[in-house]
Write a protein that binds this ligand. Sequence first.
Ligand code: NAD
Ligand code: WQD
Length: 348
Amino acid sequence: MISAGLTILVTGGAGYIGSHTCVTLLEQGFDVVVVDNLSNASEESLKHVQTITGKTLKFVKGDICNSNDLEQIFSHYKIYAVIHFAGLKAVGESVQKPLEYYENNVGGTVALLKVMRSHNVKRIVFSSSACVYGMQQTLPLVETLPTAAVNPYGHTKVVIEQMLASVAAIDPEWHVVLLRYFNPIGAHPSGLIGEDPLGIPNNLLPYVAQVAIGRHDHVRVFGNDYPTPDGTGKRDYIHVMDLAEGHIAALKHIDEYSCEAFNLGTGKSTSVLEIIAAFGKACKKDIPYKVVDRRAGDVAECYASAEKAKNLLKWETSRSLDDMCESAWKWQSMNPKGFHSEKDIIDL
Ligand code: NAD
Ligand code: WQD
């Protein structure tokens, strides 16, 4: 049975979801070691994690593709389990740079698993994604559907899921939980950590937040002719703190499974226009928007079946869309340029 005081290695822990999960882990009494190469994050996030929790964590600036970096960590710390967030995550970029995505995401995971195996650490919670379901029309998306990713980023998630299943199939000492996140948004309620995209955000929520803070004129709504009530795309947005808690639930139940996939979502979907309205309510401003063409590769609607995680991990979401938008606005308004100083930002 899992108990406080165990050491969890968090790969990619300086990033958006990783930093929020570190808060929850520390608050639950775990010791935390983070490895992150800071390719898409700032060490500042981890300083803020410590401010929020009043606890310390260990940070190793290192790369999961580098076995020596990992060797040092596993030799130095007695790791109980790994929560594996480290990876590249931009769908569009993955189409332009598929090899870099396979190298970093798949290659990095191979290196990680080999070092874990050699140190007999065989529990891993992996950050997978709803994108493994691809363009399926069957809603809600249930874990039993076949995987059918449609871009290189999604393919890396499918390959890693399959690799983990193969590893667990041959060695019963492995315990693997695959967490398929839907659309994480929001921030810690303190406003001290949050999503901090480099460059122009691809995802809706950070873009809306940057419009609200005045960094862009308007939101581009990608199509209003979908078969949804208001014509705009609908997604299953989940509060990042609910998501963080999902990882604790996974750790608590991990020894019950060889390799098992769970959706982490709310089971409900919200349209682009509903998001814009909810964010406007949170920041008390009208968010200007213009409808433009559909974005290639988008589906009309996507939401999880949240039943499996509820029944087996005893986890479900508790935070509302207003909580998501209010916390995202608090983070954005307290940190208009994210973790970056003025000199690092090329404004648009
Ligand atoms: P993020 O970019 O904020 O965090 C990923 C972290 O991994 C970053 O801090 C980055 O510096 C680090 N990293 C990348 N490659 C590394 C490497 N080779 N070695 C060490 N560190 C490395 O992204 P996030 O939104 O926090 O996502 C975390 C995980 O969840 C990713 O695997 C992502 O694919 C997955 N995911 C994210 C979403 C989403 O919408 N945010 C949805 C589904 C799944
Ligand atoms: C949401 C909705 C857009 C931006 C992506 C990845 C997925 C996962 C989560 C990692 C859609 C619309 C968006 C904008 C818009 N990430 N939109 N204007 O596409 O559901 O999922 O992030 O695993 O793999 O594909 O999220 O936030 O990009 O889009 O109208 O400027 O907002 O068309 O309907 P998506 P998103």
